[in-house]
Design a binder for this molecule. Sequence first.
Ligand code: SAH
Ligand code: SF4
Length: 424
Amino acid sequence: MNFADSEVVGSILTGVGYVLCEAVEEADFVLINTCAIRDNAEQRVRHRVRELRAMQNRHANLRVGILGCMAERLQSRLMAEEDNVSFVCGPDAYRRLPDLLRQVREGQKAAEVELSTTETYADIEPVRLASNGISAYISIMRGCQNYCTYCVVPYTRGRERSRDPQTIVAEARTLFERGYREVTLLGQNVNSYRCGEVGFPELMAMVAELDPRLRVRFATSHPKDLSDELLQVMAQHENICRCIHLPVQSGSNRMLKAMNRKYTVEWYLDRVEAIRRAMPDCSITTDVIAGFCGETEEDHRQTLELFRKVRYDYAYMFKYSEREGTYAQRHLPDDIADEEKTRRLNEIIALQGEIALENNRQEVGREYEVLVEGESHRSKERLFGRNSQNKVLVFDKGDAVPGTYRRVRVDDCTAATLLGTLVG
Ligand code: SAH
Ligand code: SF4
């Protein structure tokens, strides 16, 4: 999501004459787009800001600004705490950036952190900053009002709002015409996308029907809203990728209630079954939090049990990190010791590693259509790409070129990667 936002910012600033530079030494402004979801994300940003201070001593004109959720959360406090930061700008205020930079050039400090109920940047065509020319993100909605008790997002990104579907389809069409072959539609809870008559399943169909050679992915689905209708639309369109990210957070009903997730383990497992019924080859991935307030050993055991049942292909696994202003911070004690959180997290990581490897072993011998993305990071002789399930395949180059679809047979695997041979 921050990638997508940075591309909007890039577009706004290049639109008024700013130029992107390759090396930080050449810059007059460094803008850091930030995440506030966990404390370690914020600490990394602070570390980076302090590194830039040394560079500012050598380049007197260099100004540092903080964008995004950390700017929204801390506002002017951030400029007081990190005195080499000249401006902060929240996620709904990016249109104000040209003005902000002007004030900063005139020697002032500046903050723009107003949240909006309507801003979607729908009319701004993002500059593709970090793009490989093959795969791009399209933001389809902003904000979140689910208020999971641990989560800072509703406070830093404001109310949920959906972007006009015509602008989304137009953006996808332009990308396809420029040679892109994959788009990922982004929102905190894409299932609740709605703009007039168009809900998320209709939007997915509209984008998928642009061209069968355009792959369509999406993230993230909140399990409480994952509908059969969406699964049907996916099953009917081969170019909608067979991969659903379905963050579970915990395998204990008691914890899910404390987290205000609004579903039970039984509901979640029913959704997993519905996915497998509609698309037996669909991969399922998740997010999980270890050591949330009041989590007992039994709750933790139930999370492990759920992982064994679902057998995820991939999981993002986190230790609970208390965030200021959330319901949990105000009402639920953060009572699991850090070492205990780490132990539980490591148990989940170890189990998930075994499951991912076992899942991948089952892939050996299968053939997949792979969208070739580029050279493998390990070897120039090999290429990598992804299958519809979003698994990475690495294979000998042969005559394959990035941006095309090729058939690859899986010969071997690790827990993270499938190793294969071009067969078509
Ligand atoms: N909107 C998405 C999640 C966005 S945040 C959803 O609801 O699925 C990405 C992930 O960060 C969450 O799924 C959760 O697992 C994790 N996360 C959020 N707040 C956290 C916190 N305070 N401590 C640890 N992990 C957290
Ligand atoms: Fe945070 Fe919950 Fe919203 Fe996801 S759905 S962004 S976890 S409040």
